[in-house]
Design a protein around this ligand. Sequence first.
Ligand SMILES: [Zn+2]
Length: 305
Amino acid sequence: MEERDRMKEYYAALRAEAEMKAAENTARARENQTFRKNDNRLSDIERELAFAEIAGEKGKLRALAREKETLRAENEKILASMGLTIDQLSPVYRCPKCKDTGFIGTAPCACYLEAAEKAGGSIGIPPETLPAFGEEFAKEKGIAAAYRKTLSFAEKFPDVKIRNINFLGRTGTGKTLLAGNVAARVAKRGFKVIFLSSFEMNNVFLEYHSFFEEGRTLPMNALIAADLLVIDDLGAEQNIRNVTVPYLCNLLSERGMRGRSTLITSNLSQEELLSRYAERVFSRIFDKRLSTTLSLGGGDGRLKR
Ligand SMILES: [Zn+2]
């Protein structure tokens, strides 16, 4: 989805939220018989006031104004007993300046620029700060073979048949270095790259899951839309019930449908990943038609089990 469309969707959701809350509050208030009666009478008074104004009936105008004030005060009391205010019966927009449209006239509102920045830039580690390195360094680290494979991926991207790479191996085997190297090189070529820890990914899921959290759809959409997504240290995050596994599954399928590339690093073995995330996530990560798995630090017992 285009950035502009995502922003449109975001603001439409904000407005819908404000309007729905106002409608809910109004319906709740109108369950009170006295409030409803007063509210109906207040509508009539508005009309009568307009007529009296036209007819120039000063006495009637004063009487209506007094009645209006009494009824409004009574309704405010009823609302207060429900924990509501009159303002909450109309949509309360997060941004009163643009009424959650994102624009003032044709110019973007300050809140728009803020939200756009939040959506794009601030998730994970900025890929331009990740170190790209050469083959000499890879040799020193003992990861030259994996380096050459991933370098060719980074250079051909996005024109790659195998579009996902999994880096498995224990800490210190160079998997994050390799994934970071690919991310840095792909980002340098102008593609949108997001590199984040599984912990941060989990936070995006949680935010998205907590309905009506401000701007909640933006980071999730950014994860779905990035040309290249690197999830670092999958399995280190807390497995939150009804959040981590289902949203990871959604994220991977949404990216799969869009033909986007995902790199995953993990300390866990395939068996451990299968038991932690179950079949639906596992089959998306290890789909042989689309993914390759590099096992690093061959001496690691966990991978041979
Ligand atoms: Zn605004």
